[in-house]
Design a protein around this ligand. Structure first.
Ligand code: FAD
Length: 475
């Protein structure tokens, strides 16, 4: 078999958000760049089987629920007719459109895209294989952006097409009458939101004793009180036994050490976290440091312990979020081009696109207490917020966390409709070192949801007039 040879300044493996951003930034900085991707469709997990398709399905789910909620306000729609084939076609159209636009941007930037599976030959060359084509690429620097994939459970067989992972769930194989989701993390809860709205009866089980244990309890309580009417969440629970037959899966669940009555499910979605895609890269002889969770160790310049090998995105571990990978991709490219840049953000935002949404950035109260950090918090409840009330958003809150001495914003959490959209201001405030006055004295438009950020700052300052002012005598 013939083997083509190539040489380039930078190779990026993986065309997900981290990889394509790094490759494009490298090229824009004048570096000769090759991007290698094993799948035909560029864009990685995020675009093909992650952020984009899940947010499309969540958008449908949100519109259905909002139209149903209008019933109490005197507007009644008939039951939605769900055509999953058409939904799937539309989802595929969005994915194809975005993926093609990455390819076309690569062409315009002169980034050479090579299709195939890459593995290391040594620290300055890789072998790329696709069907019967082979290519050896030698390089000065390489950026590993190989991402992550779903973790499996040893007691469920993925050979059964009714056992799903997130990729299967996003392909909408059916709308099961009863769906069991194992894992109450972000992806599990988002899929519970989608399928419960499309008509499934959904049970989510998790062996942890706290839902979303990294978030503040008031935030999680507000979320849980709202979603418990849509689907069940059983904590402290594990699967005792799964028996599969033609009818589905008969599942016995152990909750708090008590075996519950077995229940029949038509499909089971396993959503128990993600692991790195390092296993097929042939890195054993390269000597890269891998942490105890199986992710690559990098420094603040995204360099691994091997000086010409960089790593970005999910393969570097938590938080596994597209925007973290994109940011890292830019830094890695800039460092390779000679700039002395660092990946040292004060805060990385996270969003749970459920109904209601939860969005948080910077420090939580829980984290502050755990790390002995002095803090004060201020909350503005959305049941006093004009825009939320007029839009019939029954629950929501905006919470800011301040450093009590400097009065700077160090964190924020928002629960409610479009919470994720409000997070931008809080993230910017943290990065810019804004203090309470910067936010309280900036006029926010009324009525809006983002006005709740300004109102939380007024609560903290003791200048609030929209609700009772508990600090009135101090100011
Ligand atoms: P990936 O997107 O995983 O891309 C890695 C690429 O490398 C893949 O295309 C893979 O084929 C390729 N590759 C791997 N090994 C090789 C090899 N040896 N040779 C050639 N190519 C290789 N994040 C958010 O920020 N917001 C969200 O709303 C969100 N929703 C999500 C919903 C779901 C259902 C899932 C699963 C994830 C979601 N995420 C979300 C996470 C987000 O998708 C990831 O953080 C992001 O895709 C990571 O980007 P990446 O570039 O590091 O890796």
């Amino acid at each position: 078999m013939s083997c083509e040879q190539m040489y380039t300044q930078v190779v990026v493996i993986g065309s997900g958000p981290a990889g394509y951003s790094a490759a494009f930034r490298c090229s824009d900085l004048g570096l000769n760049t090759i991007l290698v991707e094993k799948y035909n469709s560029l864009g990685g997990v995020c675009l093909n089987v992650g952020c984009i398709p899940s947010k499309f399905l969540l958008h449908i789910s949100k519109v259905i629920k909002e139209s149903q909620n209008l019933f109490n306000l005197g507007v009644t729609f008939s039951q939605p007719i769900i055509d999953i084939n058409k939904i799937r076609q539309w989802k595929d159209k969005i994915v194809n459109r975005l993926s093609s636009s990455i390819r076309s941007m690569a062409n315009k930037r002169d980034v050479k895209v090579i299709s195939g599976h890459a593995k290391f030959l040594n620290k300055n060359s890789i072998l790329v294989e696709k069907e019967n084509k082979r290519m050896i690429i030698s390089f000065e620097n390489i950026i590993l952006a190989v991402g992550s994939n779903t973790r499996k459970l040893n007691y469920v067989s993925f050979d059964d097409s009714r056992i799903w992972n997130s990729t299967t769930a996003l392909s909408l194989p059916s709308i099961p009458k009863n769906l069991l989701i194992i894992g109450s993390g972000i992806i599990g809860l988002e899929m519970a939101t989608v399928y419960s709205t499309l008509g499934s009866k959904v049970d989510v089980i998790d062996n942890s004793h706290e839902l979303l244990s990294y978030l503040d309890r008031d935030v999680v309580k507000m979320f849980y009180d709202a979603v418990k009417k849509d689907f069940n969440i059983f904590l402290n629970s594990k699967i005792e036994k799964i028996i599969s037959d033609k009818k589905g899966f008969l599942v016995s669940r152990n909750q708090n050490d008590n075996i519950q009555n077995a229940k029949l499910y038509d499909a089971v979605l396993v959503s128990v976290g993600r692991e790195s895609n390092l296993s097929s890269l042939n890195i054993d002889n390269i000597g890269l440091n891998i942490n105890s969770n199986g992710f690559l160790e990098v420094n603040e310049q995204l360099r691994t312990n091997v000086s010409n090998i960089y790593a970005i995105g999910d393969v570097t571990g938590q938080p596994m979020l597209a925007h973290k990978g994109i940011y890292q991709g830019h830094i890695a490219a800039e460092v390779i081009s000679g700039k002395n840049h660092f990946f040292s953000p004060y805060a990385i935002p996270s969003i749970l696109y459920t109904d209601p949404e939860i969005a948080w950035v910077g420090i939580t109260e829980k984290e502050a207490i755990r790390n002995n950090i002095k803090y004060e918090s201020a909350v503005f409840p959305w049941n006093c917020l004009g825009k939320a009330i007029s839009s019939n958003f029954s629950c929501g809150m905006t919470k800011l966390i301040f450093d009590p001495k400097s009065k700077k914003v160090i964190g924020g959490s928002v629960v409610g409709n479009s919470a994720g959209e409000l997070l931008g201001e809080i993230g910017l405030a943290i990065e810019m070192g804004c203090d309470v006055e910067d936010i309280a004295l900036t006029i926010h438009a009324h009525p809006t949801l983002y006005e709740s950020i300004n109102l939380s700052a007024h609560v903290f300052q003791g200048t609030i007039t929209d609700i009772l002012n508990l600090k009135k005598n101090n100011i």
